[in-house]
Design a binder for this molecule. Structure first.
Ligand code: ZN
Length: 188
């Protein structure tokens, strides 16, 4: 299929406004252009659902935006629920940082890791430990990813004796899932 670009829908604009106001007040004056890419992009073996890019000073002579964010229309309209849409936009906004001199820069993820390495070696560095630790108070919405996968991955984490996941089921009710590591299970 040919890649097609369009203006993003009202729901993308609304959620972006909400996420900026709630979590990214430091970039509230930024001019963010929102686009739909008709389908998600397959890149280097993974599916890209959205991407942020900076508009260069040269291009700003023609384009009235500081940054552009494109969102995969097929996922946005057909596969993501509202929780996931918010997470996706919040994620893209996290890539944008205003430096002390006011300049905008795009930053990388806190962690970059292969699932295979996580499976094989667990939380082998400090960044991963911090990352896993921050999952605990979060809300888990298991639509794209099965809860079994998460259980399995978290079950292999060493040094974490108990993980609590707050999981919203399809009806929006909260289920608390407590994972205890195997040693503790045997001991108890
Ligand atoms: Zn990202």
């Amino acid at each position: 299929m040919t890649v097609e670009w369009n203006e993003a829908s009202e729901s993308v604009i609304t959620i972006t406004d909400q996420m900026v106001a709630k979590y990214h007040p430091e970039i509230r004056n930024l001019r963010i252009g929102l686009l739909f890419r008709n389908e998600a992009q397959l890149s280097k073996g993974s599916l890209v659902l959205a991407q942020v890019s900076k508009v260069s000073a040269k291009d700003q002579a023609l384009i009235d935006f500081d940054v552009l964010i494109w969102v995969a229309q097929d996922y946005w309209n057909g596969k993501l629920n509202d929780h996931q849409r918010q997470a996706l936009i919040d994620h893209e906004l996290c890539h944008i940082r205003r430096k002390s001199d006011g300049e905008i820069e795009l930053i990388n993820h806190d962690i970059q890791e292969f699932t295979t390495i996580l499976n094989r070696w667990g939380l082998w560095n400090r960044d991963l430990v911090a990352f896993a630790g921050s999952i605990t108070p979060g809300v888990w919405q298991g639509e794209l990813f099965s809860i079994e996968n998460v259980k399995e991955a978290l079950g292999k984490i060493e040094g974490v004796s108990k993980v609590t996941l707050s999981h919203l089921n399809a009806e929006g009710e909260e289920n608390n899932l407590v994972l205890v590591d195997k040693e503790a299970e045997h001991a108890g």
